[in-house]
Design a protein around this ligand. Structure first.
Ligand code: FAD
Length: 453
């Protein structure tokens, strides 16, 4: 058993853990990062499949994500805008594909009016939410006890309007069915993006990509560590902790430190044994947070054929297997790539099919937006984060009904010498890379403050 001694040990080499590591190194602290996988980046993975570069995990950057933008700048990474020339496509309840421009889908006039009315109710509610403490809202308990689906049913009898509003939070963000999370959770998601209207605005929320891929962020941050202080393929099994320090154990390594930062998603906290066990309410809390489920699908073609047909590549439908899709062509490439997403119960249904049937169903869904040319990609790839032992879902973790008010504040508190955090615990940038960077910065600052106070 190899033994190390450092000021801080960080569990997890995702954007959160490596941001904290870089900040602590800058402040002169000794740090070791212990990572279960054989690579850094966690939910960020820029990979090459059959000669084609794909962003298998996180990729988009929006203009309000200032912590991420600052980091990109510091690391010398360039961004480029998502292609958005031409018209978008919406497939309604009747199954017909309709072209449109702007944010509101071309449903019937009544449904469009209802969508706008619901956004008009949601935006002021979202504006009242403090993203750092949504549980402090005067109606937090009430909002946290009703599902987003039940609340939408109280607001409107127009099913297509409700389905479209739900799409932006349920399918597109939390990747859980709208009956599985609370109104408060939905408001937090929207508030972390600035407003509900921002979520609806694909040109805002999915604005830019990083030339060469977003995984470069954790890869470059890892360079702040001394050689030997990034330990890959070392799943942390046990943390022995007290108020003054801790020892972190893998199968072959023990690291003693004054502080531990556990930078893993909350659904994985219980993969680690704690000695002594975590306090009662923390053990309870862990059972109320779970990751959503989404399949991110890439299909690359000889050319971006949809552009020639006057389409932007942006497509939505609550009634399609692929509920949203975009032009995801890489910077400077002649080939064209579409990316589509299959969420929650639709993903469950597709995962029950053999791979060939799943692919056929997904490509048929893309063809309903872009026409039959979409059926014949040169390269095709489905992400499968739920099968990854060290993530177990996508995109991120959220609380079940009532969990946010019951445990939200508790999740931010240290336990002895241990601090926990990931993008799933962020305020601004919640569930996004921007949030991971903010949490990493906060945890590093808390560790530094704790030693000076
Ligand atoms: P993680 O990246 O999950 O890092 C945690 C690390 O801890 C992992 O490396 C894991 O292997 C490790 N670990 C876990 N348990 C242990 C253990 N016991 N011992 C040691 N190591 C352990 N965000 C955006 O901003 N824009 C997007 O477009 C976007 N799209 C996404 C698409 C997909 C398909 C996915 C999956 C995510 C997407 N996200 C997006 C979300 C974003 O990728 C995450 O919020 C962010 O990367 C999380 O970083 P993190 O460091 O907090 O957690």
């Amino acid at each position: 058993m190899e033994k190390l001694d450092r000021d801080v040990v960080i569990v997890g080499a995702g954007a959160t853990g490596l941001t904290a590591a870089a900040r602590l190194r800058e402040a002169g602290w000794s740090v070791v990062v212990v990572e279960a996988r054989d690579r850094v980046g966690g939910r960020l993975l820029t990979d090459e499949i059959d000669g084609q570069m794909f962003e298998v995990g996180g990729q988009w950057v929006s203009p309000d994500q200032t912590a991420l933008l600052e980091t990109l700048d510091e690391l010398g990474l360039r961004t480029y805008p998502r292609y958005r020339g031409g018209e978008s496509v919406y497939v309604g309840r009747d199954g017909d594909a309709r072209r449109f421009t702007g944010d509101i889908f071309p449903a019937s006039e009544r449904t469009q009016g209802e969508i706008e009315r619901l956004i008009g109710i949601l935006d002021p509610l979202v504006a009242q939410i403090d993203v750092a403490a949504p549980w402090d809202h005067p109606s937090a308990t009430q909002f946290d006890h009703v599902s987003f689906d039940a609340w939408l049913r109280e607001q409107s009898d127009d099913a297509e309007a409700r389905d479209n509003i739900a799409l932006f939070i349920a399918d597109a963000m939390l990747t859980k069915p709208a009956h599985a999370f609370s109104l408060l959770q939905a408001l937090l998601m929207a508030a972390s993006a600035g407003s509900f209207s921002n979520l609806v605005d694909a040109d805002f929320i999915l604005d830019r990509r990083v030339v060469g891929g977003l995984q470069q962020v954790p890869l470059l941050l890892a360079e702040s560590l001394d050689p030997g202080d990034l330990r890959l393929s070392q799943p942390v099994r046990t943390i022995e902790w007290s108020d003054t320090g801790a020892t972190v154990h893998t199968d072959t390594l023990s690291v003693s430190a004054r502080h531990v930062i556990v930078a893993v998603p909350p659904n994985l906290y219980s993969r680690i044994d704690y000695s002594p066990p975590l306090p009662r309410l923390r053990q309870q809390m862990q059972q109320h947070q779970s990751l959503g489920l989404v399949i991110k699908v890439h299909a690359t073609y000889a050319t971006p054929f949809w552009r020639a047909a006057g389409l932007s590549g942006t497509a939505f439908s609550p009634y399609q297997v692929v509920h949203e899709a975009y032009d995801n062509s890489n910077y400077g490439e002649e080939r064209g790539t579409l990316v589509g997403f299959v969420s929650d119960e639709k993903a469950d249904a597709l995962f029950r099919l053999p791979a060939a049937e799943r692919k056929a169903a997904i490509l048929a869904s893309l063809a309903s937006y872009y026409g039959p040319e979409a059926l014949e990609p040169a390269v095709y790839y489905e992400s499968d984060w739920a099968a990854e032992e060290w993530t177990q879902g996508a995109y991120a973790a959220s609380f079940d009904l009532g969990g946010l008010t019951r445990y939200g504040a508790l999740q931010l508190q240290p336990v002895g010498a241990m601090r926990f955090g990931s993008s799933d615990l962020a305020a601004e940038g919640y569930q996004h890379v921007d949030g991971a960077i903010r949490v990493g910065r906060r945890l590093a600052a808390e560790v530094i403050d704790a030693s000076t106070s």
